[in-house]
Structures are given as C-alpha cells and as structure tokens.
Design a protein around this ligand. Structure first.
Ligand code: CA
Length: 269
C-alpha cells in the first residue's frame, strides 16, 4: 500500500457505486527528514482513500499512521452497511458516513491499544483524512491537520478544518490564515487519532460534479506551498492526476521539503 518515491496509480474504481474515478497517490520523505511518517491507503472497490501523518518518537509516528490506515480499511470492509449511532460521530450521518466514522473509531481504539503495548510507542498518534465516494457524493472525514481540498471549475476550496491551535487562533481573529501558514509547525494539533480511547470525528458530505478533483494531503504540502500555488498546479495539470501528484510533491520539495509530503489526487469523471 505504501509508495516511497514512486507514483502509484490505483486501478480506476468502477465499483465506487457506479462512479468512474481516476486517482494517483504519491508520498515522499522530503529533503530534510530521513524517515517518512506519512501513510497512504485506498480501496478502489469501496471508493475509499486515506492519508495519515503520524507522530511519536523513534518510529512510533510511522507505526501509528500505518496501523491507522490499515485498520480503517479492514474495519470498513467488514462493518455492516447500516450501523447505530456511535459516540464520536454525529447522529445525523447517512449510513455510509456512519460506517466510515465507525471504522475510524475502531482504528482509533486499535492505535490507542497498540500504544499501550510497547513503551517506545507510548503516546503515538496520527492525523487522518478519509474520502469515501458513494453514489453522487463524497463523504469526508478528518482528524488533525491533514487536509482535503476540492478543485472545481478552476477554484480550490479547503473542505476540512484543521484541528490545530493555529486554526483556533484564526477563528478567534488573532491571526490570518496566511500568517498561520508561515508560522507552520507541528506539535500544535488539538485532535489526533490513537492518543485517547475516544475520538470525535468531523464528517461531512459533498455532492459530486464531473471534473471535480479531490486532493488529500499532509501538512508537508500546504506548509511548503500556498493554496494559490496548489490551485495553479491543479489547473496546469488539466485533470491529469498523475501529473498533479508529481507536480505538487515536486513543488513542496523545491520549496525546501522540510517535512514528509503526501498526496492523493482523485478526479471524478
Ligand atoms: Ca507532516
């Protein structure tokens, strides 16, 4: 599932509930770090795409992000289509959204329990963004400061809200989003998967339009390049998701590559 340095083109997803999508995934350690704590995963049959950015000493961040994405995929596959409301998921979710949210809660529990098993994994955690294509909708879940963007008709829109101290300062009007971007910095997230037995998951649904490109990414992308540059790269790629993924990772590295950088780009046909 994990791609290091090379691009991966998950098979087009005819089974994504009648939808045709083209996708490309790429992760890179960047130009400074020797390890890569980001993990990517997908199930094109289910129409489910995941990006996680782990944190923790030694290799614990890598362990957390990899376990999280694997567990979400595994749990999602085996959960029933219809589930009762769960603590941590909004009660008004549609059945597929509740299924995704429940899978994430189960993954949270698994990472938390794994963190208790070995001292070197104590306190490990991870961000997670998930996009599930179901019917004519995208179901988007997020924890932490990885993001989902949508590029539609030449406009880039950040769909997820970061769970960070900086985002709280933006909401209080203390700083602007551009100031926050330039301040960057990890260790400031206010929500992460795997650090507590319970978790609140942000879940939203968006109606799809043909030509939409969904971009899942870690902060190693948007801390290095501005949203305007992300939009320009997506526009220049003209819907070619492989070109988009390569160009985005290349731009983050050209800007310094201070962090691991991971992207999954999915185009709706
Ligand atoms: Ca990161």
């Amino acid at each position: 599932m994990r791609i290091q340095g090379g691009i991966d083109r998950p098979a087009p997803a005819p089974a994504a509930r009648g939808l045709h999508v083209e996708c490309a995934a790429l992760t890179d350690a960047g130009r400074v770090r020797t390890n890569n704590e980001d993990s990517l995963a997908w199930d094109t049959d289910a129409g489910l795409f995941l990006v996680a950015d782990g944190m923790g000493g030694c290799n614990a961040g890598e362990v957390a992000s990899r376990l999280a994405v694997r567990m979400v995929l595994a749990e999602f596959r085996q959960l029933p289509l219809s589930l009762p409301a769960q603590e941590g998921c909004s009660v008004v979710l549609s059945p597929p959204a509740m299924r995704l949210c429940t899978a994430i809660l189960k993954a949270n529990r698994a990472v938390f329990e794994a963190s208790l098993q070995q001292p070197e994994h104590a306190g490990m955690g991870t961000t997670l963004v998930a996009v599930l294509f179901h019917g004519q909708r995208a179901i988007i879940a997020s924890i932490g400061d990885s993001r989902v963007y949508r590029f539609r008709a030449g406009q880039l829109e950040q769909l997820t809200v970061d769970h960070t101290v900086l985002q709280e300062q933006i909401e209080f009007g203390l700083i602007t989003p551009e100031q926050a971007r330039l301040m960057g910095g990890r260790g400031l997230i206010t929500r992460a998967l795997g650090v507590e037995p319970g978790l609140e998951v942000d879940v939203q649904e968006q109606a799809l339009q043909p030509g939409d490109v969904f971009l899942l990414c870690t902060d190693g992308l948007f801390d290095m390049i501005a949203d305007e540059e992300i939009a320009a790269i997506l526009a220049a790629s003209q819907g070619n998701v492989e070109v988009a993924a390569r160009s985005l990772v290349g731009a983050a590295n050209a800007a310094g590559g201070y962090d691991n950088v991971s992207v999954i780009a999915v185009r709706i046909d």
